[in-house]
Design a protein around this ligand. Sequence first.
Ligand code: F6P
Length: 365
Amino acid sequence: MKIGILTGGGDCPGLNAVVRGVTKAAVRRGWEVLGLRDGFRGLVENDAVHMGDGDVSGILVRGGTVLGTSNTANPFRYTLPPLGSCDKPRDLSKQAFKNFKDLGLDALVAIGGDGTLTMAGQLYRRGMPVVGVPKTIDNDLSATDVTFGFDSALQVATEAVDRLHTTAESHNRVMIVETMGRYAGWIALRAGLAGGGDIILLPEIPYRAQDIVKAVADRKARGKKFSIVVVAEGARPEKGEMTVTKVVKGSPDPLRLGGVSYKIADILEKSGVGLETRVVVLGHVQRGGSPTPFDRWLATGFGVTAAELVAKKKFGHMVSFRDYGFTSVKISQAVGKLRRVSPGSQEVRTALAVGTSFGNSRLAR
Ligand code: F6P
């Protein structure tokens, strides 16, 4: 048995732990393992490296991915030079199948988010034996209770909220901290709850400028002259759109969000509430560094379960974590549906119960 592993899409802490989990479990079964470099680029361009026990030794705690990754390498719409170009994407899926055969592979383990898993599902439907592993700091995949990388990102965001508290309080300022998460507000919600944020703005609960101002003014009237606003990058006003910072050609989801926190700062500065504001955009720092113990544990379990799925020939499936156990689900059922924060959820009600504002007074009613 010979299996290939690749990591696709944005990196996140825990990718190496999965690579290690798959490799160690495979080697113990007597299988050979090839690492494909830079996501699907490695498969399309036949760029593979042998992975043995020694190659994955010590990578459990390392962030990023030793295999490299790409958020644009799509075998069906290949844009990377020299084989492809952004202006004229090429379908190189046949090349991917040829290389799969030439490399002598019997199975492929694709570790990635919605984009990578969608491509993995397409390859499976055309006959490639593929197993998926869900990754994203956004925690927005519907077929798993949690994805690895999320807890590590949350740790960074929560520490930022904690640190901003002390400086906000010393200066009587409003500190606005912007988290990642794309179209889902999980990082902002959990970091806001864990760090005691006063206002949390989520894509799922469009904000009203007057309600944000009122929340800060009410706190000031109660003698709290500082406020912490935790803003998800996908937050948007009730009658407006998300803030797009750039468009990445060739990416499965080309929109990159960011910068909404500056709009919130503007609203507050112009409101007459009389408090200085400062903005901190956390950005990719949330994706860097060593995975938390939870993510190392989750990612190792995902890796070992992926090897089990290969052994059982359960192809077209993705590993998943449900009700505190490792299981699997069809890739076709796992992609294309985002798991987002529900405004009526217990978590949101918990935050409301401790006085957190979501910048929309209609929600509290
Ligand atoms: O999906 C993970 C994520 O980090 C999002 O939270 C963020 O919006 C996006 O990727 C950033 O993408 P890039 O690394 O291409 O800038």
